[in-house]
Design a protein around this ligand. Structure first.
Ligand code: TYC
Length: 117
């Protein structure tokens, strides 16, 4: 923007350009804002973590009811993995941390990971 004082400073705040005709032209800037990426928390099977513990984790940390939690636990048990939930990155990362901390505290090797959904 051109300055309009001798010392080069501009006392006016930046704003829409003046077209010199008494009207103001506002430029429309093309803004593309990408939606935030989604991240899925995936739980992995192992041979040692008790089924009841996995169901409890799915209820407490992912807010599944007992039936859904049991279905997801059985899917992990049979297929090796299942998605527990889909979140923004920070929420998903925090859930992974909390689940791993709870599992270690209880002495279980349960693993869960974060993947781009
Ligand atoms: N496979 C475990 C067992 O037989 C149960 C289990 C399910 C473990 C899901 C981990 O993410 C898991 N006790």
């Amino acid at each position: 923007m051109a300055s309009n004082t001798p010392d080069g400073s501009n006392p006016l705040p930046p704003g829409p350009p003046d077209d010199g005709q008494g009207s103001v032209v506002e430029e429309r800037l093309l803004q593309r804002v990408e939606p935030p990426r989604s991240y899925q928390v995936v739980m992995l099977n192992d041979d040692y973590t008790p089924m009841e513990f996995v169901v409890m984790v799915l209820q407490q940390h992912f807010h599944h009811d007992i039936d859904a939690a049991t279905q997801i636990m059985l899917k992990i048990h049979h297929e090796g993995r299942a998605v527990c939930g889909v979140y923004t990155r920070d929420v998903a990362a925090t859930k992974v941390e909390l689940v791993l901390a709870a599992a270690r505290r209880a002495g279980h090797p349960l693993q869960c990971i974060l993947e781009v959904a």
